[in-house]
Design a protein around this ligand. Sequence first.
Ligand SMILES: Nc1ncnc2c1ncn2[C@@H]1O[C@H](COP(=O)(O)OP(=O)(O)O)[C@@H](O)[C@H]1O
Ligand SMILES: [Mg+2]
Length: 366
Amino acid sequence: MAEIILKNITKEYENGFQAVKNVSLDIKDNEFVILVGPSGCGKSTTLRMIAGLEDISDGDLFIDGERMNDVAPQHRDIAMVFQNYALYPHMSVYQNIAYSLKIKKIPKSEIDQRVHEVAKSLGLEELLDRKPGQLSGGQKQRVAMGRAIIRHPKAFLMDEPLSNLDAKLRGQMRVEIADLYQRLNTTFIYVTHDQTEAMTLGTKIVVMKDGEIQQIDNPTNLFSYPVNKFVAGFIGTPTMNFFEAECAEENGLVVLKTVAGRIVMNDAKAAKLREGGWIGKKVTGGIRPEHVILSQDGENTVFSGKVNVFELLGSNAIIYVETEAGMIVMNTSQVQVYEHGDKIALSVIADKVHVFDPETERTVTN
Ligand SMILES: Nc1ncnc2c1ncn2[C@@H]1O[C@H](COP(=O)(O)OP(=O)(O)O)[C@@H](O)[C@H]1O
Ligand SMILES: [Mg+2]
C-alpha cells in the first residue's frame, strides 16, 4: 500500500541533459498507473527516481506522506521489475525468489513457505530447481515478478517488463499482470512504449514526450479527447490522419475546407472554433482511420484519391489511399476488395473530427 506523489520533479543528468522536466503526478494507494511514450521520453528515468536508483535533481518525492528524495532504495519498500529480468544466473529459481528474504535473515521455514506460495501463484512450482538459463522468456519474467512479490512491497515498479517477449506471450503476460494486480491490491507503476499495452492495462495513463507529461487520463478520454496532436497521433493504431484545412463560415455553418471538399462542424465544435477566433484561419484537422468512411454520392467527399495498399484483416480492412491531402488511412468493417490504383472517394464522420492549432499543436475543439 502506498500513495506516491511527484511534485515538480526534474532530472538533469551530469552532461546537463534534462531527461525529466517538472513532472507532477499523484498516484493513489492501490492505483495502477502507466507511463507511456516514445523511447527516450524519460519514462525509465522517472521510475528510477521513484525507486531511488537515480538522484532527483529538483522537486519532491513523497511516499505515504514522507519525503523520500534522500532515502536509500532499500528503505523505500518498493520492488522494481526490469525489462531484462536481472536474475542471478548462478542461482536456482528458488534461490532467486528467496534471495531478498535471505539477506533480511528471515527464518528458513518462513522463507520456504513464502517461496512456495509465490511460486504457486505464478505457476512456477515445477521450475524451482532450474537455473535462469534453462527458462523461457516468459518464465524468466515470472521469476522476476516472484522475486518482487515475495517482499510484500508497498509498490511495484515495472519497466517494460514484456518487451523481450514475443507478441503472443506478451498478450498472455498482460492478462497475468492485470490478474496479479487484482490479487495483490498494491500500487503499480508500469512503464511501456507500447500504446496498445498501455490502453489495455491501464485505467490511468500518463503520456510523456521529451521529459514532459502531455496528458493524464483514462483510455477512453485519451482516445476521444487528446489534448494535442502528439497524444492524438501516439494513441490509436493505425495512427490518426492529419490534414491541412481552412476554417470558414458558410451560410451560418462552420466548416473545415480541405483540398477536395468540406466538413461541416457540429454545434459544439463550431462554438469552440468561433470562440477561439479560428474562422478564416488555417488549422490542422485530424481524423482516425476508423472514422473515415466511403463517400457514397460524391456530395460529401472530403478526400479523393487512389488506393495504394489494401490490407484485409478478417472482419475489417485497412485501406491506404493516396489523396491530394497526402496519405489517408481508412479502417473499415464494410469489407469490399480494392486493387492498387482503384479510385476512391472518402468522407469522414464529422462528429469525430479533431482540430489542432497548427502552431502550438494544441487541440482547439475539446
Ligand atoms: N546517464 C545518462 N546521462 C545522460 N543522458 C541520459 C542518461 N540516461 C538516460 N539519458 C537520456 O535521458 C533521456 C530519457 O531516457 P530514459 O528515461 O531512459 O527514456 P525512456 O525510458 O523513456 O526510453 C534519453 O534521451 C536518454 O538518452
Ligand atoms: Mg526506458
